[in-house]
Structure formats: C-alpha cells, structure tokens
Design a protein around this ligand. Structure first.
Ligand code: PMP
Length: 362
C-alpha cells in the first residue's frame, strides 16, 4: 500500500488520496486524448469543459448566486491584495480594513499604494489571539469597501459570524477556510482564496465577485490587472494554470462525493475537537494561542508550556511521521493545519500522540 504522511502542512497542504489517484490514473491519457491535461490546448473543447465544470461545481457547492462572477486567476491571494485596491480604491478615498493577522496586514499595506486604508478594528495588541467583537468594529461610512481575513492561518483564529456592512461592499480573504463550511455568499461583495489549502494545488486563485462591485472597477489600469478582462474572457484571457484548474475540479467533485459542505463542516469540527480537547484537558501542559471563542477549525495553534519540551515534542512528532507541525516563524510553537483533505484518522493520531507525549514527559 501507498505510504501517506500525516500531513499537517499549512499550504500547500494535503490533497485527498482519491483525487491524487484519479489524477495519476488519467495522467498520460486524459479522456482518450492521448495526452495529459497539461498537454492540452487551453482553447480545446476538452479543456474548456474541465474549466467550465469546475466553475459550475464551485457555484453549486458554495451556493453562489447568479449575480456573482467566478474567476480563476493567478498570482495567489497576494496579488488580490493589490488588485482589490487597484480596481476599487481611488486616490484620496478610504477603505476599511479589519486587522486580524499577518495576512490582513499585508492586504492593508498594498492598499496604501492606491488610496487610504483605515483600520476598522485590530487585535494586534492582543498578539492576534482573537477576532474582534462585532460591536468593536468601526467601519468608515465613506469606505469604498471593508476587507477582512476569514481565517488567520498563522495565528489560528477564525470568524464565527461575519459583520454585515449594508451598502458598503464586504470583501473577504478566505484563503485558508473557503469550502470548510457553508457561508452566506450574499453577505459578501467579493470572496477570494488561493487554492493551496482547501481547493487544490497552488497556482490557481479563486475570485467570487458580485457584478455590481465589478461594474465599479477602475478601467484605467493594466489589462491583466483588471477584473473586467478576466470576466470578459471567462478567465481565459491568457494561458491559465490548466493542471491546477483540473485538480481544483477534482477536489470539488470529491467534496460533493463526501456529501457536501454540511458533512465537511461536521468532520472539520470533529477533527479540530480531538486536538483542542487534548490541549484543554492537559492541565496547562499544552496551551492554545487563540482565545476559545476565536479558535480556528483549520489551523490549530498551540504551545508546549515548557520550551525545552516543546522542542522535544516537535522532534518526536516528526520522528513519528507527523509533518508540518512547526508554527509559523513569526509565532513559533506548534500548528496543526487540518484542512478539508486531512483525514479524521490523522487528527486522532495526533491527539493520541499528544496525550502519550504528555504522559511520558510530565
Ligand atoms: N491569505 C491567507 C489567509 C493565507 O493563508 C495566505 C497564504 N498562506 C495568503 C493570503 C497568501 O496567499 P498566496 O501565497 O496564495 O499569495
């Protein structure tokens, strides 16, 4: 049998074994074409079907209303940090940013090149341990849009309910929790995500944007950086990352086969609970970074109280076959990323390992 690691990488991260096996099986001859998906023309009917099916699957699974465009772009979520203000923020105008971590900060920084980002709330002083309370968010009434990060990959916090922003467009970076649960897409004017956590391999960036927002975009910017270009061309203005889009489609099919987002959400709750329960029942041997009400189901950040033991923990975990448990360099400690494709068994095995490590070392 194939050896598969307990993969807790933060992204790129685990993909479903079934999807990898299917990709392997059709790698050298895709649908009788005598070539792989990677070797097809992006203008061929065969590839176009792959592309359009992926869009249709995402629309159905995420219940995306008709008045939204679905785009597959490149440049990662990081380029969206730039494209959003470039398209929607004019010089001298403000945009409200809710600061919940390092990725929010990066988005804020890019907006300064085009207009005036202002902080609607920030939990930086609390070392980004929590998501701000809705009543502590001050949205500038003149803001061109509000930006937030739905799941903070590095700090391990996640929004449980989102603010409503009325007439002001709400834009969310959902890179690290898209499709991990149901979301009311209509509460947002735009949602974007790099694919490499819950959706597939890196190289594709999903953008879901409401048409009335897109209509307000600046047209006096370079062609490739205009959303309009990609809308007009069904994301086929230039050569797209064809293999990544194919894999995205296969991952979406897998999510469907699992039973859709309700099943995925329950499974994600169960997975995270195994690990959080060990932390909570450890009498302080382990402690979480995030406050309980803001805990992420995707990225579980924690410390071993004793620093020397923490090093030992990470070394022994690695030895035992757990991959990717080192926290982000800016936070330290440990982080288990339990995205959609990380199996329940991997989380159970990690929880058992943590219990055993505590027993042996306290
Ligand atoms: N936003 C969030 C929440 C992320 O986790 C990441 C990547 N880890 C990014 C943005 C940046 O994504 P990319 O590398 O695709 O530009």
């Amino acid at each position: 049998t194939t050896k598969r690691a307990f993969n807790f990488n933060a992204g790129p991260s685990a993909l479903p074994l079934e999807v990898l096996q299917k990709a392997q099986a059709e790698l050298v001859d895709f649908q009788g074409t005598g070539m792989s998906v990677m070797e097809l023309s992006h203008r061929s009917a065969t590839f176009e079907a792959v592309h359009n099916e992926a869009i249709a699957r995402l629309r159905k699974l995420f219940e995306i209303p008709e008045n939204y465009e679905v785009l597959f772009l490149q440049g990662g979520a990081s380029l969206q940090f730039t494209m959003i203000p470039m398209n929607f923020l004019q010089e001298g105008k403000k945009a409200s940013y809710i600061q919940t971590g390092a990725w929010s900060e990066k988005a804020f920084k890019e907006a300064k090149f085009f207009g005036t980002p202002v902080e609607a709330a920030s939990t930086k002083e609390n070392n980004y341990k929590n998501i701000p309370a809705i009543e502590n968010i001050n949205i500038d009434p003149e803001a061109a849009y509000v930006h937030l990060t739905s799941n903070n990959t590095i700090f391990g916090t996640q929004w449980k309910t989102f603010p409503t922003t009325g007439d002001i467009p709400l834009i969310a970076d959902m890179s690290s929790d898209i499709l991990s649960k149901k979301v009311d897409v209509s509460n947002f004017s735009m949602i974007y995500a790099g694919a490499q956590k819950n959706l597939g391999p890196s190289g594709v960036t999903v953008v879901i944007a409401r048409k009335d927002l897109l209509e307000k975009a600046n047209t006096n910017i370079p062609t490739m950086l205009q959303y309009a270009t990609h809308v007009k061309n069904n994301s086929l203005y230039n050569t797209p990352p064809t293999f990544g889009i194919y894999m995205l489609g296969e991952v979406l099919k897998w999510v469907e086969e699992q039973g859709g987002l309700d099943v995925i959400e329950k499974r994600n709750e169960e997975k995270a609970a195994y690990i959080y329960d060990v932390i909570d029942n450890s009498n302080g041997f382990y402690y979480g970074h995030a406050t309980e009400d803001s805990r992420s189901l995707m990225n579980i950040t924690f410390r071993v109280a004793d620093e020397e033991l923490e090093k030992k923990f990470l070394a022994e975990a690695k030895e035992a076959g757990f991959v990717g448990l080192n926290g982000h360099r800016s936070v330290g400690g440990c982080r288990a990323s339990a995205y959609n494709s990380v199996p329940v068994e991997a989380c159970k095995a990690l929880a058992d390992f943590m219990v055993k490590f505590q027993q042996d070392n306290q």
